[in-house]
Every structure is written in structure tokens, then in C-alpha cells.
Design a protein around this ligand. Sequence first.
Ligand SMILES: CC(C)C[C@H](NC(=O)C[C@H](N)C(=O)O)C(=O)O
Length: 309
Amino acid sequence: MKPVIVVHGGAGRIFKDREEGARSGVTRAALKGYSILKEGGNALDAVEEAVTSMEDDPHFNAGYGSVLNEKGEVEMDAIIMDGKNLASGAVSAVKCIANPIKLARLVMEKTEHMLLTDHGASLFAKAMGVPEIPGEKLISERSRERWSKNLEPDSNPHEFKKDPGTVGAVAIDNEGNVACATSTGGLTNKLVGRVGDSACIGSGGYADNHVGAISTTGHGESMMKVVLARLILYHMEQGMSPVDAADTALNYMKTRVGGLGGVIVVSNSGGWAARFSTKQMSWATVKDDQLQYGIYTGEIHTSSVIESK
Ligand SMILES: CC(C)C[C@H](NC(=O)C[C@H](N)C(=O)O)C(=O)O
């Protein structure tokens, strides 16, 4: 099987000041993940690496640069899933760690459980030797500015809320194993303790070698109502292509519950899709040593991996 990776850096709106950063961030993440796959590495390592790279990048709403909750703090959700055996690990409402996706993987590999939250997740992180960092270290200047603007009486919070940048990756490796990973700071000015789709199996992501892998972004409450990731795989099981399955599920979410979002898909035969019902979504993919990326509907740039290094 030829390896494929697809990544997203969030749907919604991408304001001009974030466009270049988002474009280069998704491109870098896809190339990092792809180089693992090219060297014979597995899909799980590739999606973890791609997501870690975007968690460390302040242009995205995950890890450093996460949006702030109503109290001005970072609380993050993440999930990872292995399509080989349907093993999955997730964390929700975690603070004070740099890479929630790595903690989600430890939940998957080192516990009997699938999801650890808040205080328990932080005790687990300590037990695993994951360094605790001051919460302040996750707050970028941009997130702080956005958060305080949202509190101003004449602000238009709906505009800012549209531009966060959740991250995710899906991949298939040369053995035909698929995996997904998703990580987010959630929604701007959310209530303390709010958990979104990105920590929930079937909503924020799903991976099954029998069908393919999905990572999602968008309005979490809507995505949880329709169990978006698993819904797309269901359509693929019924014979739809990744693009048709993604569009059908996104359309259902829009008409049924009024929610918008974006998804990336890889099928177990190496097909892929990056689709969104929002105005924009930053995405990138590498397949056959060819890099493709875009932000707007219909925008696709193509270059060879050798040139882009
Ligand atoms: C306005 C929306 C489309 C922006 C989108 N948000 C998320 O994906 C949030 C995540 N699914 C949750 O609900 O916790 C983004 O970050 O790009």
C-alpha cells in the first residue's frame, strides 16, 4: 500500500492575518507525517507527529495558541485511534501540558480506559512523567487579545469565534493500517468544563482498517449530535467515495441540526478527501511524493515533496 497522509488546521473562517501561517503549518505537518510513512513508519506515529507539530504552532487552536474559555484559561481535548484494533485514547479539559495528543496516546497504550478528563488526566500525566507547564505558556498573544476583545460590550464575538483552528490528521501506512488524531482548544469563551467532539470517539475522529479514517473540525455540539466521523465511515461502508461520504454527512449535519464543519478522510484503499461546509478549512495532503494543499473551496496547490523541503 502506498502511504497517504491528510491533515487539517481547522474549519470556519481563516482571517487574512492567519492565512500564511495556517498554510505553511498544515504543509509542514503533512510533510513531517509523510516522512515517517515513507521510512516505513506506522500510521499512528505519522498522525501523532503531524498533530504535535500543529499543537506547537501558535497559528492553530491546539496546544500553544489554543482559544481561551470564559475564565481566560486553556482547556484542551484530544483523541487518537488505531484502525488496526479499534484501540483509542482521549483526554478532555486538560490544562498545563504542551501536547494533549501525546497524552491521549498514553491513555490508549498505558491504561485500560479510553478517556481521561481534567484532574484525573493531569494525575495520569504526572505518573507518566509528562512535564507540567504553566497554563500561561499555552496562551499566545493572539488568543489573549481575542479573549479580551470578546469581553468588550461592543465586540462581535461571533466573528472571532469563527477563526480558531483545531487540528487533525489521518493516514494510511504501507501495511494498510489507518489512524486518526484530532486536538483542539475547543470553542472560544466556552464554559469551564465544556467537552467537545474532539475528545469523543466517533465524533472528533474514527479509524477502522476495514473502511478508513476520519478527523473532524467544526461546531462540536452539532458534530456530536450526528456522530460525524462514524457517519462518514458508514456512508463509505455503503459504497460511497470519500468525497461523497464527507459531503453527504456534512450536508446532513447542516440541514438536520444547522451545524457547519470540515473533515479529512482516508480510505483503506488510499483514496482521500478534504471537505468542508464552512467558508474555509486549511488542509494538506501528501500521496505519491506529491504535496497538495488549500484553504478556500476549490483551491488546490500541487508541488512535489522534493521541491517543498
Ligand atoms: C467555528 C468552528 C468551525 C471552528 C473550529 N472549531 C472546532 O473545531 C472546535 C471543536 N470541534 C470543538 O467543538 O471543540 C476550529 O477550531 O477551526
